[in-house]
Design a protein around this ligand. Sequence first.
Ligand SMILES: [Zn+2]
Length: 418
Amino acid sequence: MTTDQDNNPPSRCRFCDARLEQVFVDLGMSPLCQTHITPSQLNHMEPFYPLRTYVCNRCYLVQLDEFVTPDDIFSEYAYFSSFADSWVDHAKRYVELVSQRFCLGASSRVVEIASNDGYLLQHFVARNIPCLGVEPAANVAEAALAKGVKSVVKFFGRDTAQEMVSEFGHADLLLGNNVLAHVPKLNDFVSGMKVLLGPQGVITMEFPHLLRLMQENQFDTIYHEHFSYFSFMTVEKVFAAHGITLFDVEELPTHGGSLRIYGRHAEDSSKPVCERAIELRARELQAGFDRPETYLGFTEQVKETKRRLLEFLIHAKREGKSVVGYGAPGKGNTLLNYCGIRQDFVDYTVDRNPYKQGKFTPGTHIPIHEPEKIRETKPDYLLLLPWNLRDEIMQQMNYVREWGGKFVVPIPETKVYP
Ligand SMILES: [Zn+2]
């Protein structure tokens, strides 16, 4: 006879296989963040999954259980990177930086994992540097082809890496922006990078930094599509376990604070470990990232962030003010569902991505319109859901100030910008 206990053994760390016993934060039940609802689906049932993160007490990887397969999430993905102007600029600057630093040219090979709609590789194409993308979402890979960017339509892992080596050769630059956090089989993914990387090649990866997530209450960057949340110390361990040394790291402002790590084969002695990597590791140690108690206080911070936002919204509604959202990003889904914000507080939201317009936010069913709607209804407050793009949006939407409209940013804590 089996019991529930046998059927549901405690989960294990996706990197080091230790039992996961310590909850980092529990955000309750939430729908998948990219499942925007069409009008005809409004009266149907919607699947909700637990949004409960754990911290591994052995390697300190903060992580989410895999409740849904990546096929469900990523095979038709609504996120087209090219819709965010600042993101396209960021990609262009990156290409200039690495092409120069690592002397990339017509005989080099560049591979990007999760190359999306070619927003980044198009800049290598323009420089005549041979490149190839890997992208599991067929609709997004098709958009890349229109920019002259070829993609292998697959999930990346050891098997895909081996196929790519025989067809394309080893990579001199192997990059992945905002993909490492989305990988359920972390060890298979990183060992695939080891296979695909040329002997003197360089890996760069960008992902949100756990230190910033914790210091700035960015709990809404936790969603089902993000399986892992990394400190530098932990990501260093993950790569080292697969024979890759991180020799440099940059701290970037993107996505509320990201790391860009630089990796090479452990046996490649041509690139010594830089001061920046040593300094960041020391800073994380100082902040207590190697002790379980450091992770315990986060839950209370999250609850307080929710209380502050609700306090603002309740007050605004009691005064008869109108509040609308800006954006329908993944993080907005976590924020709205966790805080229980529906049309009772926010009349509608807008998004530049036509794929989302005419639909409703998952779970909370707030209608998503075109940005022009804001000019018509002249709301008192504009709640910025992609708060990481705060400056860009406030500039674009500056005209709301014509009728006295104000911007509200919910993270790190609710703040009104007149
Ligand atoms: Zn672990």
